[in-house]
Design a protein around this ligand. Structure first.
Ligand code: ATP
Ligand code: MG
Length: 316
């Protein structure tokens, strides 16, 4: 089986339990939950039984341990997650607005994550891997951009594949060099997994069809557009199709895109046809939102099969 690796931030997430209030006054919070977009992604890969590993950095503290223990328990190779004795594990505080949008307070660059670089353990992990998944939100420092570029070159050099989820956060897009790093990644990836608005950010065409055509002609093999409760679309050189979302009760939307992407990459690498791959991905995304906590709703293969056997897609 092909081994999937990812690189990037590991954080704990603490979330407000009531929407509509800012962080300017005390409010009820829950957490810490293990989190960080690439960590959620790789945890879902591990739960699906695919060989996988993560390159990251945590502090020597309980926030780090709840992450490495969870990932290891779900089958993720944590040998390239370094422990920094001098810095604390990163954190993300999230609160939901009344319209469902989210605001984050991130502590990533100034946490243990800020020292993330490719060391011997990371290079060894990549040397044994077949596929690299990169999240745009992980490119939070020049050192991580350089490490990611080296990892992409190493995987491509051995005939492996790359998937890229821009996962853009307003708070991170403002960082210097972020846009250039994202554009460079798009040019090298095989699978591109944006949301609808992110798709338009990556093309000169102002409409989605034009943007998809532009990106496919640039060498990307497949574009998968995520639309939350409105489902997802798949595009490759042979054509396009849609997958409606599955009706679920949304408790916490964080992590849906990461679990969706993980299931997509796993079934794609296993050689399932695109429509079946997209259906599994949509099931993983739907199940992810039914649990509070970013990776608490990650699914096993048996859970996805049971869900698909009993749940009809929402009519479009
Ligand atoms: P994020 O980065 O916040 O995790 P995203 O934009 O990457 O989000 P979404 O579009 O929110 O990803 O979710 C990915 C997929 O998961 C959707 O395309 C859909 O198939 C499924 N999904 C997400 N939210 C829901 C929901 N409320 N009900 C059913 N399916 C959902
Ligand atoms: Mg996302």
């Amino acid at each position: 089986m092909k081994k999937i690796v990812t690189i990037g931030e590991i954080v704990v997430e603490v979330m407000a339990t009531q929407p509509g209030r800012g962080f300017l006054e005390p409010l009820a919070l829950v957490g810490p939950f293990p989190s960080g977009a690439p960590a959620i992604f790789i945890d879902q890969v591990g739960r699906l039984g695919q060989p996988c590993g993560m390159i990251g950095r945590v502090g020597d503290d309980d926030f780090g341990r709840i992450n490495t223990r969870r990932l290891a328990a779900d089958g993720v190779d944590v040998s390239a997650i370094a422990v920094d004795p001098e810095a604390a594990t990163g954190s993300a505080f999230v609160r939901y607005r009344d319209d469902g949008d989210r605001d984050f307070v991130f502590n990533i660059r100034h946490s243990a994550n800020g020292g993330l670089a490719l060391d011997a353990a990371g290079r060894a992990l990549i040397a044994g891997a077949d596929h690299l998944h990169v999240m745009g939100s992980s490119l939070f420092s020049p050192a991580v951009v350089a490490a990611t570029e080296e990892a992409v070159a190493a995987i491509k050099g051995k005939g492996g594949t790359v998937s890229f989820d821009p996962n853009i956060r307003r708070e991170l897009l403002a960082l210097p060099g972020m846009r250039a790093a994202l554009t460079a990644l798009l040019a090298r990836c095989d699978l591109f997994l944006p949301s609808g608005p992110e798709l338009l950010l990556f093309a000169s065409a102002g409409d989605e069809a034009g943007a998809v055509a532009e990106i496919l002609s640039g060498g990307v093999r497949a574009v998968v557009v995520k639309r939350g409760a409105a489902g997802a679309d798949y595009h490759d050189a042979d054509g396009s199709f849609s997958q409606a979302a599955f009706p679920v009760e949304e408790l916490d939307p964080t992590g849906a895109g990461d679990c969706f992407g993980a299931a997509f990459v796993v079934f794609w690498l296993r050689g399932h046809p695109p429509a079946e791959t997209l259906r599994y991905a949509a099931a993983a995304g739907a199940r992810a939102v039914t649990r509070r906590g970013p990776m608490e709703g990650a699914s096993t293969r048996a859970e996805l099969d049971a869900f698909l056997a009993t749940t009809q897609e929402r009519a479009r």
